[in-house]
Design a protein around this ligand. Structure first.
Ligand SMILES: C[S@@+](CC[C@H](N)C(=O)[O-])C[C@H]1O[C@@H](n2cnc3c(N)ncnc32)[C@H](O)[C@@H]1O
Length: 144
């Protein structure tokens, strides 16, 4: 993924500030309050404990900044475990909202997406047709 990102970013406009870092989602190589926002797209369902990534996102986003997660709704495509390393067959949107709140995010909002995720099984056959949602939340600004 980082190699591909590097290739694509080679043609980014001059002055674009991008820093590619390799790390684990439950231990990000990013300092506390370092970034304005964080996006985790299609990745929490790979983690044994999705909350661990939200905890890290809360840590790295500055007060007033935002975090966004894009995730799969619960599904029954069990082949994704072996084919793509999925640990969860989607996530319950309500559980993700609750996890955002538990980690301290405020103004937590859930949205359904019109886009679908349509991976094809390795042996062939019709693609899956999976629903997606996003959850966003803000890190509270510290009181004066
Ligand atoms: C389905 S891809 C999504 C990639 C990208 N976010 C996107 O939306 O196109 C899942 C990515 O999560 C990464 N990943 C899985 N477990 C991880 C972990 N514990 N820490 C960091 N990255 C992880 C995989 O290497 C893979 O690049």
């Amino acid at each position: 993924m980082l190699d591909e990102a590097g290739r694509r970013l080679a043609t980014a406009p001059a002055g674009t500030r991008i820093d590619l870092r390799l790390g684990e989602l439950d231990s990000l190589p990013i300092s506390t309050d370092e970034v304005d926002g964080a996006v985790a797209g299609m990745v929490l369902h790979h983690l044994p404990d999705p909350s661990s990534a939200l905890r890290e996102m809360y840590r790295i986003v500055r007060p007033g900044g935002a975090a966004v997660v894009v995730e799969l709704c619960p599904h029954r495509e069990d082949w994704l475990r072996e084919a793509l390393g999925d640990r969860h067959l989607g996530l319950d949107p309500g559980d993700v909202v609750a996890a955002f709140r538990r980690e301290g995010f405020e103004q937590v909002q859930l949205s359904e997406l019109e886009d679908r995720y349509q991976p094809t099984p390795p042996g062939g056959g019709p693609p899956a047709n999976l629903s997606l949602f996003t959850v966003r939340g803000h890190v509270p600004v510290a009181s004066p």
